[in-house]
Ligand binder design. Sequence first.
Ligand SMILES: [Zn+2]
Length: 419
Amino acid sequence: MTKRLYYDTSDTHEFESVVEDVMPGTSEQPRPAVVLRESAFYPTSGGQVHDTGWLTLEGAERLRVVEVADADDGRVLHYLQAPAKLPAVGVRVSGSIDRERRQDHMQQHSGQHILSAAFVELYQMPTVSFHMAEDYCSIDLATSALSSEQIVGAEKRANEIVFENRPVRIRYVSRADAEKLGLRKLPPAERDELRIIEVEDFDLSACGGTHVSASGQIGSILLRKTEKVRQGTRVEFVCGQRAVRMARHDYGALSEAAGLFSAQLWDVPEQIRKGAAESKLLRKQKDDALDELAGLMALAALHEQSEKNGRKIVVRAFSDRDINFAKLFAQKATRTATPAIALVASTVEPAGLVFAQTPMRASAGTSGSSDMGALLKQVLTSVGGRGGGSRDFAQGGIPAGSNVNIDQLLREAAGRIES
Ligand SMILES: [Zn+2]
C-alpha cells in the first residue's frame, strides 16, 4: 500500500522515497513501472487524470514518469518512459511533480465541485459523472433539459463562490458522520473513513482528488458546450488558465471571421446569416438557369436530328458540364412531343453516362423503344463501370482515372439501338 502524500495537501511537489518494487515492461505494457513507499503523484481516478513528473535516483539519473495508475492492491504504479534503466529495489529516489499540470488539475477538479454544487443549489440537478480531458472537462447532469438561462445562472453562481475566495479544506470523517453531514456525493464503496472536500458553507463531497486550498485559486469557471447524453445532459467547462486559453482561442477564431467579413466581432453571426440567405438564393437562381439552359440545349439538339422510325436520337458528351447537367439535359430531351432517345455523357470527374428515352404509353406498346438499363449495362461493363436503371432511364459512372473513350462508348450505344 503506497502512502499517498497528496491526501493531506496538494502542495507537495517534491518528496523523498524508496523504491519498493520494479516491474519491467512486457509486450502488453511496454512501459516499465516502479512502486514507491510513499508518493505525491496522483494516479488517474475519480474523473481526474494523473500527474506527470520525474524520479531522480541517487546517482542523479532522472526517470520520466509519464503515467500514474492505481493498482488493485492499493499501490500506486509510476509508469516510466521506455526504455529506461530501471532502479533497484531499495534505492532512494526524489520525486518531483510537474507543477503546472498539477495546478491545472486542481483548478479543474475544485471548479467541478463548485459547479456541481451550484447546479444542485439552484436547480436540484445532481452530477452523475465527471470527466477531465487534456483540454476541457465535463460533468453529466441528471436532467433531460437544461436551458441557456440555467447555464448562465449556474456559471454565475459558481464564479461568485470562486471570487469569495472561500477556504477549501480536506477533512476525514467516519461514514456514519458523513451521512449526517449531508454530503452532495457519497462514494459507493464501503469505507470506514471518508476523505471529504469542503468548500466552506457551500459544498461537502467525498473525494480523493487534489484540490486548491481556497476557491479563488480556481480563477474562473467558464461553461461551454452542452449536449444530451444517455444519462442526462453533458456540460463542458474549463477553469483557471484553461478558461483563459480557451477564451483567447475563441477570440482568435472570431476575430479572423470578423476580419473576413470586415465586420465587428459580435456582428459575425448576422453576417453569416446574411451570407447563407444570399447563397441559398444564388443557388436557386443557378439551378433555375441551368434548368432553362438544359431545356434550350436539348431543344436545339433535337432540332438538328431527323426522325428515324418515329423517334429522334440525341448523342451528346459534355466536357464542361457535370453529370447532373447531363441528367437534366437527358430529361429535357426525352420529355417532348416527339419520342426521343438521349445518350448523354459528362467527362467532368466523376465522369458518367445517362441514357434516357421518352416513356411509351402502355397502349402504344414497347415497340420502337429500347431498354436503357440493359443498354447502359452492356456498354459500361466493357469498360469496368457500374450503373443501371429502368427501361426508360439509366445512369452509371466510369471508373476515375480510366482512359475510356467516351465518344466511342456513345457511338457504340447508338449503334446498338439502330441495329
Ligand atoms: Zn472530486
